[in-house]
Design a protein around this ligand. Structure first.
Ligand code: NAP
Length: 253
């Protein structure tokens, strides 16, 4: 069953983006599933969405590439005619966790291009469309790394801190068009991205009291927060941060 609304989910092929795309599909959204490399995974997501009787359209696009961003928007409008929700989820961790005294410019450029510049200019394109429509919602998936200093992945944290400010900039600009902009800030979530550091986080979560809620986050935990926004349960909130982190963000004694 479709609900008549159209969502773009960047990086919808795997992990958190996949859970978001499928959750939106289960609520009847027509979902544009963007991916960069994982074509067969994106096909699986499309199949899952269609099982709910909703519509899905796959678009390969590297969010760090200007022409690809244009293609993503154009193909969405061609397939579904409008954009009600943009979820800027696509993101990468550095290939190498390098100490900030040694980290490379190449890693910095890659992280900033994919995690910050890509969503910034995609949001600019989509915002122009939403301004014409006089409606829409935008969600940026940041991270606890937006405010937690990691000395071995400074580039990642800086990209997410920038994305947090981007949320406020677009929230301020788009309110007059009836467009609310939100930041969802996940903690440690079990996906391919955190697979390589599983032991480290097992220790922090289960032995070192990292969070009041002692478990790994699930992609579905983030997807549920997206649904609350998508289904318009936060209509008088914009520029808002929603922490999905097991309580990591507040101080404890
Ligand atoms: P993941 O499992 O590695 O999946 C990343 C997704 O992003 C994939 O669908 C991938 O597409 C896509 N992607 C990567 N580069 C892209 C590009 N240049 N253009 C378009 N799509 C691209 O990661 P995840 O853990 O689900 O993370 C999703 C988001 O949540 C990221 O922004 C991440 O920073 C954030 N986050 C994750 C955690 C965590 O603990 N996992 C915590 C806080 C925030 P392909 O499959 O085609 O490569």
């Amino acid at each position: 069953m479709t609900n008549g609304q159209v969502a773009i989910v960047t990086g919808g092929s795997r992990g958190i983006g996949r859970a978001i795309a499928e959750a939106l599909g289960s609520e009847g959204f027509s979902v544009v599933v963007n991916y960069n490399k994982a074509a067969s995974a994106a096909e699986e997501v499309k199949t899952e969405i269609e099982k709910h009787g909703a519509k899905a359209h796959i678009v390969q696009a590297d969010v760090s590439n200007r022409d690809d961003r244009r293609k993503l928007v154009d193909e969405t409008l061609k397939a579904f005619g409008k954009i009600d929700l943009l979820v800027n989820n696509a993101g990468v961790a550095p290939d190498v966790r390098a100490d900030v005294l040694d980290a490379s410019e190449e890693s910095f450029d890659r992280l900033i291009n994919i995690n910050l510049k890509g969503p910034y200019f995609l949001t600019q394109l989509v915002s122009r469309q939403m301004a014409e429509q006089k409606s829409g919602k935008i969600i940026n998936i940041t991270s606890i790394s937006a405010y937690t200093a990691h000395t071995n992945r400074g580039d990642y944290g800086i990209s997410k801190a920038g994305l947090a400010m981007m949320t406020q900039v677009f929230a301020a600009r788009m309110a007059e068009f009836g467009v609310n902009v939100y930041e969802i800030r996940p903690g440690v979530i079990a996906t391919d991205m955190t697979g390589a550091v599983k032991e480290k986080y097992d220790d922090l979560i289960f032995n070192k009291d990292m969070t009041p809620i002692k478990r790994w986050g699930k992609p579905d935990d983030v997807a549920r927060a997206v649904l609350a926004i998508a289904k318009d349960y936060l209509p008088f909130s914009t520029g808002e941060v929603i922490n999905v982190d097991g309580g990591f963000h507040f101080r404890r004694l």
